[in-house]
Design a protein around this ligand. Structure first.
Ligand SMILES: Cc1ncc(COP(=O)(O)O)c(C=O)c1O
Length: 396
């Protein structure tokens, strides 16, 4: 008999070894905190960045159909061929760049996994990755897991336009990648063609890779176009472009997305993907492939969300908030300077507790916080939900 085991069983509590954290700075996020607070106080939750309405029943049918047809086992590592075809065809039609579905399109477990996998494929220990603040909260922990350093460059405060001089100043021989998110969470700004050309010119003499987070690609308003990296051959040649079926089709809980990149970059992406995910949910992929045969759901999405945005903004006109532009995504930022001089987090807590509407402080998207008296609402909600929130906000 193993005496050590006998000794443990007889005399001591089983011992769980302590870990040295790979992500010591990561704690409970403000999103979790605000959602819990919203639930506790019965607040309308405009903090959470996902719809409170259901997807098209035809999409559920298409997935159910795939399940009933027995499409329930592992599928190719790179994704269901028909779905990769559908993605490549959509991108060619919308942005004029033809990706090879066999070598340049991979289906992922949501955009979050695509971004992590791209970073792990690209970043070596000691490399720098430029992130533009405020930014989505997964970027920096992903860079740290790869052994890299996030170099934070702020977007211009209040307008949230890219500051190309600041980006140029941040480029160094160690810069391996830059992460660009347009339409942008949380500011709801959209990069213009001129912005993209300036980025292309800046990166031309470098070997910097672009990781383009384009999950809100189908939510661009007022007749503007989404300026995908795919529209710009020079940028497409150095980009991983990430998108999310969850955002486009109101099914964020299904966690399926995709990434496109030139074949040589994608080969490295797939090496990492193969050993952290291998394959993504098979029947859901078949469902999306069938559903994408009709382009209307994504072509009609800008009008669908623009109506909600306008409804929400019209209601906000009756409050004391200063309403910032919302050019894309499903977010609306407001400045509350006329109402209070609290910190953004304190204001959001009070808004949730006393007024009954949850929002997210913009400072949560900056390292170490940065106070601008701006909070973010999500308008991907039923009209009734938005109306109830507006009724409460009018009391402020
Ligand atoms: C900017 C941005 N990138 C990525 C994601 C994650 O997308 P997915 O749910 O497909 O992982 C989100 C979700 O909120 C997001 O806002």
């Amino acid at each position: 008999m193993n005496t050590a085991a006998t000794h443990t069983l007889a005399n001591e509590q089983p011992h769980t070894p302590a870990l040295t954290s790979r992500l010591p700075a990561v704690g409970t996020t403000i999103f979790t905190v605000m959602s819990a607070l919203a639930q506790e106080h019965g607040a309308v939750n405009l903090g959470q960045g996902f719809p409170d309405f259901d997807c098209d029943p035809k999409l559920i049918e298409a997935v159910g159909d795939a399940m009933r047809r027995g499409l329930n086992q592992y599928t190719p590592m790179t994704g269901v061929p028909a779905l990769r075809e559908a993605v490549a065809a959509k991108i060619a039609a919308l942005y004029g760049h033809r990706y090879d579905p066999a070598a340049e399109v991979t289906i992922t477990a949501g955009a979050t996994q695509a971004i992590l996998t791209a970073i792990l494929a690209v970043v070596h220990p000691g490399d720098e990755v430029i992130v533009l603040d405020p930014c989505y909260d997964s970027y920096e922990p992903n860079i740290i897991l790869a052994g890299g350093h996030a170099v934070h460059v702020p977007l211009t405060p209040r307008t949230f336009r890219p500051d190309f001089e600041a980006i140029a100043a941040a480029l160094s021989p160690r810069t391996r990648a830059i992460i660009v998110n347009t339409p942008h969470n949380p500011s709801a700004t959209v990069w213009t063609a001129d912005d993209m050309q300036r980025l292309a010119a800046l990166l031309r003499p470098t070997n910097v890779i672009v990781i383009a987070d384009e999950v809100y690609e189908h939510m661009v308003y007022d007749g503007a176009l989404h300026q995908s990296m795919a529209r710009f051959p020079e940028l497409a040649a150095r980009s991983f472009i990430v998108s999310s079926f969850g955002k486009t089709y109101h099914v964020t809980g299904w966690k399926v997305g995709y990434v496109t990149a030139p074949a040589s970059l994608m080969a490295e992406f797939r090496k990492v993907h193969q050993f952290n995910v291998f394959t993504v949910n098979t029947p859901v992929q078949h469902g999306f492939a069938a559903y994408m045969a009709d382009p209307r759901p994504y072509l009609e999405l800008p009008a669908f969300y623009q109506r909600k945005r306008d409804l929400f903004r019209a209601g906000l006109e009756r409050t004391r908030f200063d309403i910032l532009p919302s050019e894309g995504s499903y977010f609306q930022c407001v400045d509350y300077s006329a109402i209070s001089d609290e910190t953004e987090e304190a204001f959001c807590r009070r808004l949730t507790r006393d007024i009954g509407v949850a929002a997210i402080p913009l400072s949560a998207f900056y390292p170490g916080g940065f106070e601008q008296h701006i909070v973010r609402f999500c308008f991907a909600k039923k009209d009734d939900t938005l109306m109830l929130a507006l009724e409460r906000l009018a009391k402020l």
